[in-house]
Design a protein around this ligand. Sequence first.
Ligand code: G4P
Ligand code: NA
Ligand code: NA
Length: 193
Amino acid sequence: MKILEERIKQDGVVLPGNVLKVNQFLNHQIDPDLMLDIGKEFVNLFGKEKITKILTIESSGIAPAMMTGLLLHVPVLFGRKKKSSTMPGDVYCAHVYSYTKKIENTVTIESKFLNKNDRVLIIDDFLANGEAVSGMLEICQQAHAQVVGVGIAIEKSFQGGAKRIKDQGVHLESLAKIASFDNGQVQFVEESK
Ligand code: G4P
Ligand code: NA
Ligand code: NA
């Protein structure tokens, strides 16, 4: 997705440890027009799948997920990382280890919001090692919900996540694919549309 790649080149900052800081438009300040364009692209890619629900994890997945849900007129469900006092009932949960933060989060979803009739599109801002997406796939399995695909805004293709997800036969689409951060410069896998 050309405009996302251009925005990453313009505003992204490469930090030590192969981390891309995109606080200008995604992870802190959010550009709603860009998020809407991202949502439109996910609708182009997955819109024919009779999606009933968008699934993401708080917090940074919510913005692109929300726009996709808005365009498809389906609910947006986000996994919570902290135990909620208003969520005492039946929950699905998955353990998601964050390599960047070196912590394990227990991601929970109230079971009444996901069931076997759901056709789920998983959305997230970043795909690195694939821990977060794997956790969401696990939660969908617990719910017997069908996953129609995974839509990622920024994939770090040099990490193992994309392969890990595709190897499970899941339809994965990433809008910007980063090949490397050599010399502090963002190199994309291919120049796209
Ligand atoms: P993984 O889920 O693909 O295995 O990723 P990893 O554990 O490495 O990443 C943990 C968190 O860091 C996730 O957000 C993920 O979206 C984010 N992340 C991974 N690589 C990058 C990067 O290069 N740049 C930025 N900005 N984020 C990255 P999170 O902890 O769930 O936090 P949030 O969604 O509340 O921001
Ligand atoms: Na995220
Ligand atoms: Na994040």
